[in-house]
Design a protein around this ligand. Sequence first.
Ligand code: PSU
Ligand code: MN
Length: 315
Amino acid sequence: MTVRQPAFGSIAPVFSPSVDAARQAGAPVVALESTVISHGLPFPRNLETALAVEDLIRAEGATPATIACFAGQLRVGLEAGDLEFLARSRGVSKLSRSDLAHAIVSGANGSMTVAATMVVARLAGIGVFATGGIGGVHRGAPESFDVSADLRELATTSVTVVSAGAKAILDLPKTLETLESLGVPVLVFQSDEFPAFWSRKSGLPSPLRVDSIEEIVRMHRVRADLGLAGGQLIANPIPVADEVSASVIESAVESAVKDASALGIRSKALTPFLLERVRVATDGKSLAANVALLKNNARLAARIAIRLAENPVID
Ligand code: PSU
Ligand code: MN
């Protein structure tokens, strides 16, 4: 875990008792985002998945810390009732880096994107974070300019982010080019091909390949020692048994992208819209795959957190 003596000023986060105990003891903690609960998966699968992901992290021997903002208060580590609130609520805002301070000042309830979760995780001294897939360069970005703030956050904030790649609703070649321009290492775990979220293959070669948790942890440490700002992205391919074939996904994504453009869906609403359309078009297959990859990433993140806690990186 990345250890940083916090000087929280006016925004001291509230830690759950279990996360607080783990921090005090220097025990491994894995940060988790909350937008996937409020905007990424339908109820009740979102709640079941959030609880299952936390249980998996505990079973590995680490402590889960789901991050959100309730009534303007940053919360690191949520109880089951908090997760249920996020899972059922329709009025929760999707907070990214640009929204964080406003949410605190205005006393809002908000879930955290990858970008916002990275900011709070670092503040809390948590070095590893598990998500499904990061945001990236949207298809049609040359006209819409829609590029997720997740990419710039990876270039800025020193947290290791475990994903199944970038969501295949995106333009994956442009997303990888942008990450390279930003100097973000993309480490594909045990594969020569960059994964496409619901599928193991994207047709794009792995920018960098790692085969062990040890290498990931050493990279985290070496980057800190080199004084390199920003995080590293781990792309952990979905297990073979759980993947949906790229051709099934691609036709669903193409029609979802057309519908979004015809309906004028853009900005923050775009990613949730596309995910939901793909779910319906694939008869729920994409949802089952999404749940499976979230669990797979949580397991890997817990193992990374455990190795990192044995020899913490001072950031
Ligand atoms: N991963 C998932 N489902 C999601 C997301 C990630 O499996 O819903 C969320 C993350 O919070 C990510 C956000 O940061 O989608 C990207 O949104 P945007 O494209 O608007 O930046
Ligand atoms: Mn966007």
